[in-house]
Ligand binder design. Sequence first.
Ligand code: IMP
Length: 428
Amino acid sequence: MNDQVKVLVGAQWGDEGKGRAVDVLAKDADVVVRFQGGANAGHTVIAGGKKHVFHILPSGMLYPGRTCVIGNGLVIDPDELEKEIAELDPKPEAIGVKLLISYAAHIVMPYHKKMDALAEAARGEGAIGTTGRGIGPCYVDKYNRAGIRAEDLVSPRTLEKKLRTVIDEKNPILEKVYGAPALNFEELYELAARWGRFIGPYLGDSSLEIDSAISSGKRILFEGAQGTLLDIDHGTYPFVTSSSCVSGGASVGGALGPGRFGRVIGVVKAYCTRVGEGPFPTEDFGEAGKRLRESGAEFGATTGRPRRCGWLDLVALNYAVKVNGMDTIALTKLDVLSGIGALKVCCAYELDGKEHTAFPSSATILMDAKPLYREMPSWDEDISRCRKFQDLPKEARDYVRFIEESTSVRVGMIGVGPGREDTILLDI
Ligand code: IMP
């Protein structure tokens, strides 16, 4: 397998523990690239007993000498980014970490966040449950060719021209549609110019950086955010985020042709969670769901919202395997299942009285899917000290093997606890 370029994606509804998996993989990478999303993500890494949550920065920022790239596919909230950089410990300059921000990444402006909140409120019962980070409205402007790109922040004439157009377009919508206050040009310009002074030194051409890294034999890791089932095209639309979270998104948002890609790693939590609204066939509303939330600390890293919890869904996982061309599974949080009692895995759905093993990505159809479970024996042992596959109790090994058999994808890594070292490494 070509391991020079690896792509890591979430295989479920986000929160699979990608930060953790990236952290393990970043050890062997020279360049780590985020390729989509923005501050809606929250990748948690526990290193040296300390918790770090990355929202916009790539999770490789803690490894000395790495180059970390914020790709063109991102939407950046500069205030969040500034805060994140300030909170980094150790400091990037102290450990020789280079941060490069693509000049073509888009900027989340204050009006995007405002419009995210206003649109959610207007949706009423049909609300998506967004993170409120302005992600959707910012991508709308990008695709409408009305967005502010990172490069514009350091180009006063372009910035002024674009912001004047923004004001002309958005103020009638804000005032007449939502009854909200109008935007003020001077305030926006001043803020954007300040952001430019902070972001300017990091700006560069990420495609050139990645291309030259490849030519000199360096190893690249593309770090996805959110998850396959939240993908704008392949997820449970409209209850999705506004970017391409699947492996293909790494090519567009990370500026590298797909022919260069090697291993595609899907991060799979040993059970399922979801935040926000939308269908979730294996959601457990009873004791098991509650227990998973508590043992797995299933509260949003970005919003603090309690996550909806349920059983592993192999129908959805097999779909994610295909859409991403997944070669390897990074299985996380297996320890959370210790002592769960009756362990269930969804192997098919019942729809219109028939059994289905193909995942309907349509939210409308999925709302009616009834999960068909297989019960498996569980284990009570604390597995957090297991470092080899053979150290796991037989029932846990059987669970992992069952996932492999059902997906025809090998499990290359197993997370057995929250810390960096709580990992069984197989082949990743
Ligand atoms: P948005 O990305 O803020 O527009 O939110 C759209 C949907 O994606 C909502 O259901 C969010 O809860 C969900 N979402 C966005 N980012 C994440 C994430 O990093 N983890 C899990 N869910 C997310």
